[in-house]
Design a protein around this ligand. Sequence first.
Ligand SMILES: Cc1cc2nc3c(=O)[nH]c(=O)nc-3n(C[C@H](O)[C@H](O)[C@H](O)COP(=O)(O)O)c2cc1C
Length: 143
Amino acid sequence: MAKAIVIYETTYGYTETMAKAIVKGLKEAGVDVELKRALSAKADDLKDVDAVALGCPTYHHDMITTVKTFLFEMKKADLKGKVGAAFGSYGWSGESIEMISDTMKHIFGMEMIEPGLKMKGTEVLTGEKECKEFGKKIAAKIT
Ligand SMILES: Cc1cc2nc3c(=O)[nH]c(=O)nc-3n(C[C@H](O)[C@H](O)[C@H](O)COP(=O)(O)O)c2cc1C
């Protein structure tokens, strides 16, 4: 059975809502999936997975610190050739998603789902279907 992990951080819950819907999409597509916050995720969590989705909102045109720190933790794992996906909620610029995608692609050598999924807070409230579809897109690459 294909395995995936969805890791995220959030301040007001929007990126968490996206993460949970992406998990639903992956599950519906038959993937064994775990959900974790970046603060508690470790390189070991990435060992046996086929795909990693990493979610982060954008604050002050940047990722939040826990996700930046987690990217250094991720560097300890061998992720070359694994499927990667970035997502997150934003207000107007949403740089975090591209920053994460770039790092996963250029530093870890992952095969990215591009573009990543970025949604404004208001879109997240009605966006479960779109997030589930994104999960299914990830699933299609590993099943
Ligand atoms: C202090 C502050 C700074 C923000 N800076 C940005 C920003 O630079 N670019 C952007 O697109 N959104 C920005 N936002 C909007 C958040 O990214 C948006 O509210 C998002 O939905 C929060 O997601 P979360 O609930 O997962 O933390 C900012 C919000 C706050 C409160």
